[in-house]
Write a protein that binds this ligand. Sequence first.
Ligand code: FA5
Length: 342
Amino acid sequence: MSLPDFVSQLDALVSEAEQSFADAQSAEQLEAARIEFLGAKAGRLKAVQKLLGSVAAGDKPAAGKRLNEVKSAIESAFQAASERLENVVEEVCDETFDATLPGTSWTTGRIHPITQTILLLKDIMGRLGFTPVEGPEIEDSWHNFDALNVPTIHPARDPLDNFYLASAQLWGNGSSGGADMLRSQTSTVQIRTMQQRQPPLRIISLGRVYRPDTADETHYPMFHQMEGLMVDRGVTMSDLKTVLRLFATAYLGNSVPVRFRPSFFPFTEPSVEVDYYWNGRWVEFGGAGMVDPNVFQAVGYDPEQVTGFAFGLGVERLCMIRHGIRDIRDLYTNDVRFLAQF
Ligand code: FA5
């Protein structure tokens, strides 16, 4: 091939390449043009380069020099085009990004309203000096009944009112042990704590309890209770009333009226039902009373030395009243549309 032919092919190539790079409107188009002209195997520059071998030996130095110039020119044109496209991308971003627009909402998991309530109750009672303690959900009837002064023939032990476990011995025998069951009240934790610690005590226990109650608007077969226990020298009923009144005010808002109705629990004497006045009506939250001396004796405390009060409140009822939930079953249906409101 003659030198002029070789040079004219190179010149045509460089102007075509510059035009293609300049025309590219996107990174994809530019990359396609790069492969066409600068591709290592089948690029058009490579093809012209192969013709160098057919140029006369005396013309080779001039042809090679021109080839290198053209190669640099094409590479520079490619570089310029890719910088141009990068700037375009940045400009587009700058125009469309508005830092003042509201963010996009991000759906995340939430803490269940019952767990939220438990955390709040722990916080309020913690400020009143009550420390949380734990106890097992599978209990023996000694802790669930006997130690709590529930007589062996008391109807509260009825198999129809409790979830005894298979192979359970249905009626407690007064010994430590007895039938295994799902605990029906958190009062069991009072017993376990008093067995392990000496007074003074100021504890709360928050957890699940189980009763074969038919589910309706205010009952569920599994629910939560908050048990409170204070034992010391000289604890009186007025301490109990003060704590429950302070608790109600902290949980529900300013000056919630509290009503104590005479009641009966085997483990407290005297015993009361606790009602809070809320939205124009009295709502029952739980039971309470002064710890019965028989309970102190069962755990080895001297009832001549110490007195105490205990209370057990329904956590679901507390949660429902605070959030205006009308049906306890909504808490356990696991409908995300309902749960997402809390
Ligand atoms: C007791 O369970 C006693 N252990 C409370 C107690 C503790 C009294 C310490 C004295 C001293 P009661 O069975 O009333 O009491 O239950 C207490 C509260 O649990 C009720 O007021 C109610 O708020 C809640 N509750 C009872 N049954 C259910 C149920 N099936 N579903 C939801 N909440 C319930």
